[in-house]
Ligand binder design. Structure first.
Ligand SMILES: [Zn+2]
Length: 335
């Protein structure tokens, strides 16, 4: 099927106002990673470009905190829910087929996962399954809300992801609790099903699931939708507008993985783990960033130098808190 009807349509956007963000950050995020607020609070230009008159109206009517973009390919719709800034701009991808819905990733914060659940319920189709892309907390914590609202939906992940969450999940939630209070999950949601690599058809939609290691995270799912020519890259690819999370220290192999993605011809729409969908040029901008970060890491003997040098190298990017967190993790133990 040709993506002839592909288009983005902003259904809603309730941007977190700067003052509201500062209020939240002062009480919550700053003690955690030392956010640089000016960049993190900047509005997303791509959202604005995608906006339409009907979307603005919907946002006002719904009062939704997150933003939802819809990319339509004939009978298949990809709804991308984007959390406000305090939820790390993390995405939940909602794939709506002819008779069912598949949800990818569960948000960091319960209120945003709740918005995803309400939106999915309004689509009026059963949730076939929930698929988790990797074991970072900002992608699975909110699964609690989704599994409560959709108790029949099984939760899938790559083999190994459930073990990581079982081992470290509670500790992660405990570390977020002082920051987010009851907005973070109260219990760990561990995937119960293993997603196999390779081609599967779900509700008439073809998915080609791929497993990658040692990139932004140790273990990362990606999915190709060959009929829609969509690459669901999750945290393998970042927006050209935003800093990357480089705390896992896999610079070289991450670049190798990105080169593998570049070989995939014809996939011009990429959904990513944070921020709005991008085109394939984001693979190149991600490579450029990882390469520069690797050089700066090699030349920096401490977190402060890495942090300042990387921010200086990419002064216009949003989400500088990723640099703060990455620097902290990269230099947490002696090199
Ligand atoms: Zn992420």
């Amino acid at each position: 099927m040709l993506p002839s009807n592909s288009r983005f349509q902003r259904l809603s956007q309730a941007a977190l106002s700067r003052s509201r963000f500062l209020q939240l950050a002062a009480g919550a995020l700053l003690p955690f990673v030392g956010l640089r607020l000016s960049a993190a609070a900047a509005p997303n230009p791509q959202l604005a470009q995608n906006g339409g008159a009907s979307g603005t109206k919907d946002a006002a009517a719904s009062g939704r905190m997150g933003a939802i973009l819809v990319n339509q390919f004939g009978p298949v719709k990809i709804h991308s829910y984007l959390s406000p800034t305090d939820g790390f701009h993390v995405n939940t991808q909602i794939i709506e087929g002819p008779t069912a819905v598949v949800i990818f990733d569960g948000q960091l914060l319960l209120p945003y996962a709740g918005e995803v659940a309400s939106y999915v319920q309004a689509l009026g189709k059963p949730v076939d399954r929930i698929i988790l892309s990797h074991a970072h907390t900002d992608h699975w914590s909110g699964l609690q809300a989704l599994t409560e609202r959709f108790p029949d939906a099984r939760v899938f992940a790559l083999d190994g992801v459930a073990d990581q969450i079982r081992a470290r999940g509670q500790g992660r939630l405990d570390s977020f609790r002082p920051i987010y209070g009851d907005r973070i999950a109260t219990k760990v949601t561990v995937p119960t099903e293993i997603i196999a690599e390779g081609v599967q058809r779900i509700d008439g939609i073809t998915y080609d699931f791929k497993r990658f290691v040692d990139a932004e995270s140790d273990l990362q799912l990606a999915a190709l939708l060959p009929e829609q020519k969509v690459l669901m890259a999750f945290d393998l690819v970042f927006s050209p507008n935003e800093h990357l999370f480089t705390g896992a220290d896999h610079f070289d192999h991450w670049m190798t993985v990105l080169e593998q993605l570049k070989v995939l011809q014809g996939y011009d729409t990429l959904t990513i783990g944070h921020d709005t969908p991008v085109n394939r040029s984001a693979i190149d901008s991600t490579i450029t960033y990882v390469k520069r970060a690797k050089e700066i890491h090699a030349a920096s003997t401490d977190a402060k130098t890495y942090n300042e040098s990387l921010k200086a190298a990419f002064p216009d990017l949003q989400h500088a808190e990723w640099v703060d967190l990455s620097a902290k993790l990269l230099y947490a133990s002696p090199r």
